[in-house]
Unconditional design. Structure first.
Lengths: 155, 727
């Protein structure tokens, strides 16, 4: 079945079954490899992308349900002011260890700051709770979100 | 002033730094003199571009431990390169050039600290020699600034890019003859450097095994028996083939056991999702296993009956434990248990392979590439020299990718499929087809004399295995602490028959043993009426190195140093605790690193545990190579240990693993991650690694803190909050 998806500002045509998760359409059909596969059941957040600015776990979203929603991935988030700020904070603080979860972390953080520019520590923890980091870089993730939101010092 | 000389030349010049690694690692000088038109391949590590950019090869697999940054830092330091103009290049697997290439045992730093700096120093000596020659001065009168050779007396200087061609033509000096920098002159080592892949990570560039794309590539999934090693009795391959996009579906008979190729069914399709859909239709019936599969409760029952009898064999006995226990003023007993654990790398196992005209090309996220290459050669009957393994960044390792069965599977499936294939496991495949951290039990008896001194220690260690052999990573050294620190010490071993595949998980051995030993020590401290930290210091005594330096040596002075440091920074004994709030301490030596940690917890009345903070003091020698990566490793190791202790357990039912995904195998999430404050105690010893040794003290420090907060002793992991309910 043919779909036209808006991905990072470009319309992309794909021919896939409608039950195919958005993640696999992005990765295998469109070559958008930033969103990662970690669990397939919406538990780890490595696949997080935005649909119309809202973070969604693309491993669990059938492509048929995306409709006209504008999909933004880690490859496109730097085009937004908030996204670029979050990426910079991640780089400044050298957050990553293996780095595999970080695209998803950054997408969740960018969505948080777009809707809540100065989140409290509790709000940060809550917004980031859907993203697992197996290397457990949580101390730096927390610090990077705070830095990207213009807050300094320990939460 | 000479900076422009030759900068217009397009060729790339590689510097001879070759003999350096040959000292220990068996690097080859092969390639020297094999000049091609655009590149003189003189050495495996350092390439200076005419524009002054320096390419430095990183030889070992990057699994998140940071070696792709820290190892090139060692080379670049002694080369005196300008780090802002250094590009790192991931080596392929090539033992003839790079010696052993692996990520394991926290060994990259200790094995390379000297050698890689000499690689850089050799390059620097050549660049100086080339400059001195062109200026007609004594090389000894030249020095270097980042990226350039300087002759202060005449005010001349030249960038490395302009000197590289001439330098490459000179004979390489004996690396052992070179004087390395005084650490006070370090410009790169000791600076907090961001990982070299950070810009790519934060922008989502393809870096990982799962991101490999080969033209014409198909996608594969591979289903294996839930009970380890069982074969396929019946399968509906046609049902899978009927799924749109599926190109092939076939049985794999298996060869070489779980470490190589297990029996199973492969489905190959145009996309991975199609392969998965095909797999869902296979309707596989697995052969009944030869004997009933083991369940966790069976193993527990075996343990309980075995623990009643005497040990199978005594691994160490100092003094007379029975007499000392009999004569002890105070005697206590306790049994500690830790479960099987899975590695759960966030990037599921995957590998891409392409077989064409008798040659196999492999892109593998592996910690142990050469062993994988040999395994593929043996299992598929291909000559090792016809197999190329490209190293790809790993989305976590933790020891799981020291095993290479997924590499063998990808190679096998690609050859069968007649096309390049990317094999990707599901999370369920990953959690249910693991090489698990072995479960273990320690049945302790301890004796204190009237003064509260520990005088007797008996550890009956019950561990999985077969026959007289412990399972992989299920053993314990006869020098494991507190051996040699208690006058009457006995360690007896019993092996519990278990077919479950096991393997090294981050800080293997130590990650379970520390929980048991440091927990029981805490019980003894309380039984002695002593402060748990003071009790530990007293046990360590006044001595320095005990035993032979290395893995079996134990430097009590270094351990006292980190214990004292962590006491100081955590406010140990000086911080007023609220009701059901407490601090616990533990220490452990592993992987050449000395670590002591204090965990502070608060336990709610319903038993829920809040870890408030962790303080860490670690001694890994005189130099932290990359403080940014080092702190990250320590924080991650500590949280990894807490994550496992608080939530993780692999259980078996009828021989199969129960847990399949992160809903049942729980990793720590952000809200549960305490701040981890890291302090390094510098001691005059060569630097050692940080991938592992900060982990082992975390679980026991947590449980000792829970005791301090609640009076309830945790002797079984993961911690069960139901046992911590108030009242």
């Amino acid at each position: 079945m043919a779909f036209t998806l808006s991905v990072n500002g470009r319309n992309r045509r794909v021919d896939v079954d409608p039950d195919t998760p958005l993640l696999w359409v992005l990765r295998d059909s469109l070559g958008v490899l930033g969103p990662k596969f970690g669990c397939g059941i919406g538990q780890c957040g490595a696949c997080t992308v935005h649909v119309d600015g809202t973070p969604v776990q693309s491993c669990s979203l059938p492509v048929g349900a995306v409709g006209k929603g504008k999909v933004t991935t880690i490859e496109g988030i730097g085009e937004t002011e908030v996204g670029a700020r979050v990426q910079k904070a991640w780089a400044d603080l050298d957050v990553a260890q293996c780095g595999y979860c970080q695209p998803g972390q950054i997408m969740s953080a960018a969505a948080l700051l777009a809707s809540n520019p100065k989140p409290s520590a509790e709000e940060i923890d809550a917004a980031m709770s859907g993203n697992l980091c197996r290397c457990a870089t949580y101390n730096r993730i927390r610090a990077a979100v705070r830095q990207a939101s213009g807050q300094t010092g320990e939460a | 002033m000479a900076d422009g000389n030759g900068a217009s030349r397009r060729e790339v010049i590689q510097l001879a730094a070759g003999g350096a690694g040959g000292l220990v690692l068996g690097f080859s000088l092969a390639g020297k003199g094999e000049a091609a038109s655009s590149a003189a391949r003189l050495n495996a590590y350092v390439t200076v571009q005419p524009d002054g950019w320096v390419e430095v090869v990183s030889k070992n697999p990057e699994i998140g431990q940071g070696v792709k940054t820290s190892m090139p830092m060692m080379i670049a330091e002694e080369l005196d390169a300008d780090w802002s103009k250094v590009r790192t290049v991931q080596a392929d697997s090539d033992p003839s050039l790079y010696g052993r290439q692996f990520a394991g045992g926290s060994m990259s730093t200790p094995l390379h600290w000297d050698e890689l700096r000499r690689v850089g120093a050799t390059g620097r000596a050549l660049l100086i020699a080339a400059a001195a020659k062109s200026w007609g001065v004594d090389p000894a009168t030249c020095s270097t600034e980042p990226g350039r050779v300087v002759h202060a007396a005449s005010g001349r200087s030249a960038g490395y890019g302009s000197l590289a061609s001439a330098a490459a033509a000179l004979p390489a000096p004996d690396p052992r003859s070179l004087k390395l920098k005084d650490p006070k002159d370090f410009r790169i080592i000791g600076q907090p450097m961001a990982q070299v892949d950070t810009p790519s990570i934060v922008t989502g560039k393809p870096l990982f095994g799962i991101d490999v794309v080969v033209p014409g590539m198909l996608f594969a999934t591979f289903e294996k028996a839930p009970v380890f090693g069982s074969g396929v009795e019946a399968v509906d391959l046609d049902a899978a083939r009927a799924v749109k996009g599926v190109r092939k579906a076939f049985k794999v008979e298996g060869a070489g056991g779980a470490e190589a190729l297990s029996p199973g069914v492969a489905v190959v399709a145009d996309t991975w999702w199609q392969a998965r859909k095909g797999r869902d239709r296979l309707n596989i019936r697995w052969k009944a296993p030869g004997e009933p599969g083991l369940s966790s409760r069976d193993l527990e029952a075996r343990m309980a009956s075995t623990a009643q009898s005497s040990v199978d064999r005594v691994e160490r006995h100092d003094g007379d434990v029975d007499a000392a226990l009999k004569g002890a003023a105070r005697r206590i007993e306790a049994t500690y248990h830790y479960p099987y654990l899975a590695h759960a790398t966030l990037e599921p196992q995957n590998c891409t392979a392409h077989y064409s005209k008798g040659r196999m090309e492999i892109w593998a996220p592996t910690q142990n590439p050469e062993s994988g290459r040999q395994l593929v050669a043996k299992t598929l009957g291909i000559r090792p020299e016809d197999i190329t393994v490209h190293l790809v960044r790993c989305g976590g390792g933790f020891g799981r990718r020291l095993s290479n069965e997924y590499m063998v599977e990808a190679a096998w499936i690609a050859r069968e499929a007649g096309a390049p294939v990317k094999l990707l496991w599901t999370r369920e495949d990953d959690l249910r087809q693991g090489f698990y951290r072995p479960a273990g039990w320690h049945k302790f008896e301890g004796g204190l004399d009237a003064s509260g001194q520990l005088v007797a220690w008996h550890d009956h260690f019950l561990t999985p295995g077969q026959g007289v052999q412990t399972a992989r990573s299920a053993g314990m050294s006869a020098t494991e602490f507190p051996a040699r620190f208690v006058p009457n010490f006995r360690y007896g071993l019993s092996i519990l028959p278990s077919p479950t595949p096991t393997g090294p998980l981050r800080a293997p051995g130590a990650n379970g043993i520390s929980f048991a030993v440091q927990g029981f020590l805490d019980e003894l401290a309380h039984a002695a009426g002593a402060d748990p930290l003071a009790f530990r210091l007293k046990l360590l005594g006044e001595q320095g190195m005990v035993g032979t330096p290395g893995r079996d040596g134990y430097d009590a002075a270094r351990m006292r140093g980190v214990l004292q440091k962590v006491a100081e920074v955590s406010g140990w004994g000086r911080t007023r605790m609220a009701p059901r709030q407490g601090q616990g301490v533990a220490f452990h030596f592993s992987h050449l690193g000395y670590f002591a940690e204090v965990v502070q917890v608060r336990v709610a009345d319903d038993g829920q545990i809040r870890v408030e903070k962790v303080w860490v003091a670690g001694d890994v020698g005189r130099q932290i190579v990359n403080p940014s990566g080092a702190i990250n490793q320590v924080q991650g190791s500590v949280l990894d240990g807490l994550s496992a202790a608080l939530g993780q357990e692999i259980t078996l039912e009828g021989g199969a693993v129960v847990q399949g995904n992160f809903d049942s195998y729980r990793l720590m999430r952000m809200a549960d991650a305490p701040p981890v404050e890291v302090h390094f105690v510098l001691s005059d010893h060569p630097p050692t690694g940080l991938g592992e040794p900060a982990l082992p003290p975390a679980p026991p420090a947590l449980c000792n803190a829970i005791f301090a907060a609640t009076g309830k002793r945790v002797r079984r992991l993961p911690v069960d909050p139901a046992l911590l309910v108030a009242g």
